[in-house]
Design a protein around this ligand. Structure first.
Ligand code: GLU
Length: 474
């Protein structure tokens, strides 16, 4: 089996394209198939090397490995369509189709085509190209060519056919070919159209399975008749459901970040994003949602793909990211959070302990900037913040008991475990519930109702600072 991921480098890698890459990769892993990266840069003006870089970066970030492509090379290269144009690959096949009378030069201008379209509109019939140029004689063609009239090459669609193909996700889909215009294979500047280049390349690269977005379904009948004309068998097609915004329209910029790089800088873990993207259209047979990549690859099958659009739910993604953060081992947590820590705090003592203490609060890696300051506020700012809270007499009794326990603590180091013992003892001796004990302590020590795990916090701050803080409110 040979699969390909064929992005156009006309912008930064976005979520939808990344999901397509991911599904191809997972399918390839499952079936030990070869995955090819082909850069579809036929639009020379809009394609840029930096966007190819963004695609490669995004794939690497997701852990998507490639078997063949512009970087890896391989026996079917080159893997950039711009380089294949240079080699004349598409021209050769276009000429072959013209020679076999399956394609023809078209000299219609944009304004000729506009008039045809307008006429169809006034007649309220679907627009299909008139085939005016299909009927030109050899002499007329030669004459126009000699006069250097710009020409495209159009493919002669077999209009008499109803084309049916079996999509691996949607099953049978039929198209009335009479409603499809003879489409352009080669533009007047000599570059191939998407539909032409993609078929020539999938054919020459011996691609067996095409997994791509649903927006390409309407291209598929055009591509299939082209395979037939070239005497090739077409690959199997699987069209992934659309990704929708919460309002059920196609996911776009106005729904928030769509570029993959933004997810990275906004504090998402690659593992969480990958898990979430897999659920956009696919579900695990056991209904579980938090799935490691090996389980996903083992359980993946196209028959568990949904036909209807998948809503991109940022709240759920964020929740999932939080789950992945909490599952990180301390070293991995430190490595993941470190880039998101402001520079002046990076050399702080006990930084790793601080990170671990706020692990449960984080949904995004960037949230670390909200939770670390509690360790660094100056006595003045702390006093000001804590003055906003009113402590009852009962609270103060708890604080006195806590302070006394700290002061009389004899151990060498006030570890989180030691603090925990103190707190548990307080619960017993006061006979109060957790809220009544922990809340005033947390407020008096951190001037915040939420924040780090309390025993960790007290231990990291150290006995002296905590005793001092508690004394201020008494
Ligand atoms: N270059 C096309 C795109 O980015 C590829 C479509 C296909 O997979 O055939 O949409």
């Amino acid at each position: 089996m040979r699969l390909r991921f064929a992005p156009s480098p006309t912008g930064n890698l976005h979520i939808g394209t990344l999901r397509t890459a991911l599904f191809n990769w997972v399918f390839a892993q499952k079936h030990q198939a070869t995955l090819v990266l082909r850069i579809e840069d036929t639009d020379l003006e809009r394609s840029h090397a930096e966007f190819e870089g963004s695609i490669l970066e995004g794939l690497a970030w997701m852990g998507i490995t490639l078997d063949e492509g512009p970087v890896q090379g391989g026996p079917y290269g080159p893997y950039r369509q711009s380089e294949r144009i240079q080699l004349g690959i598409y021209q050769t096949y276009a000429q072959k189709l013209v020679d076999e009378k399956k394609a023809y030069p078209c000299f219609c201008t944009d304004s000729d085509l506009d008039s045809e379209r307008q006429l169809a509109q006034t007649q309220k019939v679907p627009y299909v190209y008139s085939r005016k140029c299909m009927h030109l004689s050899e002499a007329e063609i030669l004459e126009k060519k000699a006069a250097q009239v710009p020409a495209t090459i159009r493919f002669k669609i077999p209009h008499a056919q109803t084309l049916t193909f079996r999509d691996l996700i949607r099953e049978e889909i039929s198209f009335d070919m009479a409603l499809i215009s003879d489409f352009v294979l080669v533009k007047s500047d000599g570059t191939p159209s998407y539909n032409f280049a993609v078929v020539v390349d999938d054919m020459l690269m011996e691609i067996t399975h095409v997994i791509r977005g649903e927006d390409h379904i309407s291209n598929t009948p055009r591509q299939i008749v082209l395979y037939q004309a070239l005497g090739a068998t077409h690959p199997q097609f699987a069209h992934l459901p659309m990704i929708l915004g919460p309002d059920k329209s196609k996911l776009s910029k106005r729904h928030g970040a769509t570029s993959v790089i933004e997810y990275q800088s906004n504090g998402y873990l690659n593992t969480a994003l990958r898990n979430y993207l897999m659920l956009l259209g696919w579900s695990s047979p056991d209904g579980k949602e938090l799935l490691d990549i090996h389980t996903i690859c083992d359980n993946f099958s196209l028959d568990r793909l949904s036909k209807s659009g998948a809503v991109f739910d940022v709240t759920k993604l964020k929740w999932m990211n939080g789950q992945y953060i909490r599952a990180l081992e301390n070293e991995a947590l430190y490595a993941a959070l470190f880039p998101y820590v402001s520079e002046e705090l990076r050399s702080a003592k006990k930084l790793k302990d601080m990170m671990v203490s706020v692990k449960d609060n984080l949904d995004l890696l960037t949230d670390i900037s909200l939770y670390l300051p509690v360790y660094f506020n100056s006595p003045e700012s702390f006093k000001e913040a804590v003055s906003a809270f009113a402590f009852s007499e009962a609270d103060k009794d708890v604080l006195i008991a806590f302070k006394n326990a700290l002061v009389s603590f004899q151990g060498e180091e006030l570890t989180a475990e030691a603090v925990d013992v103190i707190l548990q003892t307080l619960l017993v001796t006061t006979g109060l519930g957790k809220g009544k004990v922990f809340k005033p302590i947390r407020l008096a020590c951190s001037a915040s109702a939420t924040g780090p795990h309390l025993p960790d916090f007290v231990s990291i701050m150290g006995k002296d600072r905590i005793v001092e803080r508690v004394s201020w409110v008494l």
